[in-house]
Ligand binder design. Structure first.
Ligand code: ADP
Length: 362
């Protein structure tokens, strides 16, 4: 019996609150007949996507994340990871038309809020059939697939506080033991995952990656995420935050609170002399630490309530953000007395888009 393989191109798209994540499967095993039938438009698209790392002003291919020569369904190919700001979605649709994608009929699976918000614009301008998927279902689906495919996908830090070498190691991940999945995008969703096919959303918080970026832009005048992270890496949050020792002169011994922990985020900023001493970098660092402390403590409470010992962090907030991962890893380890482990993922924010791509094969 012959299995029906969906026609190329295979794209998965996740249109989030801040970033659009697009994954593209480049087939490496096209038959002579498929090559004959592929047509000029598709050949051009394939060449354009795979031979560039930047598309227009705002599109970027994360080529370091590319998964080469992998199996998807019964096909072999390279998996490419592309992103651009959601604010440029209309420009993206017009660029598709310019490259004649509106002449082709094909199917695409889409997720994220933008799959709903932009549906009308897309089906008006392009001939594709637009299949909407739930973003948490696709997140789980993409996570299952990539963690099985790539033995180095998950990692942890053995010494998160060691700046010279935090000792990053691959983590052997078994998806069928319960864990927490904390997805840090513009906002945050926290899932309790029991197994591949069973999960529920426990809670969320609006204080996420969007909050960090928004507050950083307000406080420092920076204008991009990469700039905000760079600033934060150069700053000192203790110039901004009020620590336990600023209040006690030392530790708050009775309840085991060491002097170096934050008692009040931004707690120094009511004093004008302290405000004068805080640099932009210090403010960026304090914003980062504030958001991370909140994420850490909510994740910890959820992990305790659900009685799990592994917390996986996904989402683009952890992009080029080794600093945040180490702060989170240290906080989780410290507050759980070493019981709860923070685990991170190489493909950060791309899992939902990958989950969409897999819909072709289900
Ligand atoms: P969403 O699906 O809500 O867009 P993501 O998982 O893509 O969420 O994460 C968005 C967050 O990632 C932003 O709020 C910001 O903190 C961070 N981020 C990482 N890279 C970028 C970037 N190039 N531009 C904007 N934000 C970025």
């Amino acid at each position: 019996e012959e299995t029906v393989i969906p026609v190329f191109p295979w794209f998965g798209i996740d249109i989030g609150g801040t970033l659009v994540k697009l994954v593209y499967f480049e087939p490496l095993d096209l038959t002579a007949e498929e090559i004959r039938n592929e047509g000029e438009i598709l050949v051009n698209i394939r060449r354009y996507l795979t031979s560039n790392r930047a598309y227009g002003q705002d599109g970027v291919r994360d080529d370091a994340l590319e998964l080469k020569n992998i199996e998807l369904g019964s096909r072999r190919g390279n998996l490419h990871f592309i992103r651009f700001p959601t604010s440029k979605m209309m420009t993206f649709i017009d660029a598709c038309v310019m490259r004649n994608l509106h002449m082709l009929t094909f199917k695409i699976f889409a997720t994220g809020g933008g799959a709903y918000k932009f549906e009308k614009d897309i089906v008006e301008k392009l001939k594709i059939s637009w299949c909407k998927c739930d973003e948490l279902d696709t997140l789980m689906n993409g996570l299952c697939y990539i963690t099985k495919l790539n033995s180095k996908e998950c990692f942890y830090y053995e010494e998160p506080q060691n700046d010279a070498n935090p000792n990053k190691h691959p983590f052997t991940f078994d998806i069928n033991h319960p864990f927490l999945l904390v997805n840090i995008g513009s906002g945050i969703s926290i899932l309790y995952v029991e197994s591949e096919s069973s999960y529920r959303r426990i809670t969320g918080t609006s204080i996420g990656g969007g909050t960090f970026l928004g507050l950083c832009c307000l406080l420092t005048g920076c204008s991009s995420y990469d700039e905000a992270i760079q600033l934060a890496s150069e700053g000192d949050s203790t110039k901004v935050d009020k620590l336990v020792k600023d209040i006690y002169g030392g530790d708050y011994e009775r309840f085991g609170l060491p002097g170096h922990i934050v008692a009040s985020s931004f707690g120094h900023m009511n004093q004008s002399d302290k405000r004068d001493q805080a640099s932009k970098a210090d403010l960026a660092r304090a914003t980062l630490v504030t958001v991370l402390n909140n994420i850490g403590s909510i994740s910890m409470m959820c992990a305790r309530t659900e009685n799990v010992h592994r917390v996986l962090f996904s989402g683009s907030f952890l992009r080029v953000n080794d600093l945040s991962m180490r702060i989170l890893a240290y906080a989780m380890d410290y507050w759980s007395g070493g019981e709860i482990k923070a685990i991170f993922l190489e493909h950060e924010g791309y899992f939902s888009a990958v989950g969409c791509l897999r819909q072709f094969l289900m």
